[in-house]
Design a protein around this ligand. Structure first.
Ligand code: GLY
Length: 578
């Protein structure tokens, strides 16, 4: 894909609100010409194929099944989300939340459905600190006290009601089937379950659902989740009320409180998804659409891209290019830590953070032969790992990029018996003690302090990119590294590489603190490492790669659709011509 250097002004502005149609004004010839013109425009707006890319083949199949049944991308998103909740219990689920970024072809409407978890009404700023004011080990990570009020079931009901074509009941069918019939344990499932074995064992509901005789089940063992199927059926039949009212809600609250949690029925009654206006910016002729707060993703991504606009990246030697990217990451993540939180609770200088003037000022502080110590910048904070992402394009050009989470592998590890619902541990995404290191040795900020009903800051960054010839849909799990992975993916797209490269390219990451470049194994050769160390960087070469990007590319000029699933994961990307 070539880097088109179209001026930003030549790109069509998205309409963020649907506009009512207007009657033809000047007689039949104008009307017929108008219809012809409209059909030509619509043809160009229609891809030659639909596509689904998700982290699990069964979830990708669920999405395709719903598209084939006449559903649109939004119905398919319901099906994929619910299927992932069943077959990837270590990544997302009904007990968690997420962000669904939508693009509707009909009117260009773009929106982020915010189904992020909320702090329970009984939560308080210092709830994870002991009498000496120190964090209690594991308190914000393990067990029901670590869980925010789930948002995913409300988001699925909302998506189906406001954007889908099919009833919720139909779109949830593949997930109900998967919960009843079961799925096979994979090596990845085993790794995740082994990592969280102690907490899974501590919850009788979780042990019954995810372990075999209190041990990690062998590869090929079938995980059936009849209680989860029952809860999904309640959601299918009654919509949002099937989860947030009645028997399911009562059981969730009862079990939470019986095991040390603080959920209440009032929490469930007051939970609402929010429609958020996505963050929109431009980079070298591409329009970038990404997640708005309470995700930090879009803001940090645009701040980084704005700083990169000031530099001819292709003119740099490899070590200088990596150095520049790292310095850009460092600065944007410092701002994340300092300023960002839930827009419903904190005032954030978003316009300034995403302005070119600010980016130019930050970029000027980058010295090409020397790393900037993070200690010389202000503030801090990133977070956990695991989560999931999927991307969908339907035959009408509707798009969905969705990143969903329960935070850590298997969330809090707690399942409310009788519901099959695995609780998230998203409360750890708050700054459990602003200004002081949290359980990960990271420091948080006031903007992201815990408050009743507040959404915790996220890094999830479902993203669309677009220029007159190309459309990209992408995102990935990976905690605080999500945003830099999306950045590297976007740069691959802008530099004209194919979608396989967006998802597979070697990765590196800097998040301000710790003041190190995290590097995937094999990503840097010896020469590059030495050159970066000479500039004063400290390299932390990890033992394992990270991320699980799912992406779709629609080449509008050549009328071609391609999709790719990160080779680091076990996902499936499928293109369905029509
Ligand atoms: N729990 C991961 C995130 O929201 O960024």
């Amino acid at each position: 894909m070539p880097n088109t250097n179209a001026s930003p002004a030549s790109l069509p502005e998205p309409r963020v609100k649907p506009t009512p149609g207007k009657a033809p004004a000047q007689g039949w010839s104008f009307f017929i010409f108008g219809l012809l013109f409209l059909s030509l425009v619509q043809a160009a707006e229609r891809p030659p194929a639909a596509a689904v890319a998700s982290a699990h083949p069964a979830a990708t199949r669920a999405g395709l099944e719903i598209l084939q049944a006449g559903g649109n991308a939004f119905d398919a998103a319901v099906a994929v989300s619910a299927a992932l909740a069943v077959v990837e219990p270590y990544s997302s689920g009904l007990g968690g939340g997420g962000f669904w970024l939508l693009h509707r072809t009909r009117d260009g409407y773009e929106v982020m459905i915010d189904g992020r978890e909320k702090a329970p009404l009984a939560a308080s700023r210092d709830m994870y600190l002991d009498s000496k004011g120190e964090p209690v080990k594991g308190a914000s990570v393990d067990g029901p006290l670590a869980a925010g009020i789930p948002g995913e079931p409300a988001a699925l009901a909302y998506l189906a009601k406001h954007y889908g074509r099919l009833p919720l009941k139909q779109s949830l069918q593949p997930a109900i089937r998967l919960a009843e019939e079961g799925f096979k344990v994979t090596p990845h499932y085993r790794r995740m379950a082994a990592f969280r074995l102690d907490v899974l064992r501590a919850s009788p509901g979780a042990a019954k659902q995810f372990l075999l005789n209190s041990q990690v089940p062998p590869v090929g063992h079938i995980i059936r989740q009849p209680d989860l199927a029952k809860t999904l059926r309640a959601l299918a039949l009654k919509g949002k009320a099937g989860f947030y009212e009645g028997e399911v809600a009562q059981r969730l609250v009862q079990e939470s409180r019986r095991h040390g949690g603080i959920w209440s029925l009032a929490d469930f009654r007051q939970y609402r998804v929010k429609e958020r206006k996505p963050v929109v910016g431009r980079y070298r002729g591409w329009r970038i659409v990404s997640a708005a707060p309470p995700s930090s993703g879009g803001v940090v991504l645009l701040e980084m891209l704005n700083m990169l606009s000031a530099k001819d990246l292709n003119g740099l030697k490899p070590a200088d290019r990596v150095h520049y990217l790292v310095e850009v990451m460092r600065r944007a993540y410092a701002d994340r830590a300092r300023w960002l939180g839930d827009a419903d609770y904190v005032q954030m200088p978003l316009q300034r953070l995403m302005s070119m003037a600010y980016a130019r000022q930050l970029a000027k502080s980058i010295v090409m032969n020397k790393a900037t110590p993070s200690s010389s910048l202000d503030s801090v904070r990133p977070e956990g790992h695991d989560t999931t992402h999927f991307s969908i394009l339907d035959k009408d050009g509707n798009r969905v990029a969705a990143t969903l989470s329960i935070n850590y592998p298997f969330g809090s590890g707690f399942v409310a018996e009788g519901t099959g619902v695995l609780f998230n541990d998203e409360m750890d995404d708050f700054s459990i003690k602003p200004g002081v290191a949290n359980v990960y040795g990271l420091v948080g900020a006031e903007a992201n302090a815990i408050a009743p009903g507040k959404r915790m800051l996220s890094s999830m960054s479902p993203t669309f990119i677009e220029n007159p010839d190309h459309v990209g849909i992408l995102g990935t799990p990976g905690g605080s590294r999500i945003i830099t992975m999306v950045l590297l993916g976007v740069l691959e797209a802008v530099e004209g590489r194919n979608v396989e490269t967006w998802v597979s390219r070697p990765r590196f990451h800097h998040q301000y603190l710790p003041d190190v470049i995290q590097v995937e194994p094999g990503a840097f050769d010896a020469g590059l490492k030495a050159a970066l160390e000479r500039k004063g960087h400290v390299l932390d070469v990890k033992r394992r790669p990270w991320g699980n990007m799912q992406a779709i590319h629609w080449d509008r000029r050549e009328q071609r659709v391609e999709a790719a699933s990160d080779p680091r994961g076990m996902g499936a990307a499928q293109v369905e011509p029509h």
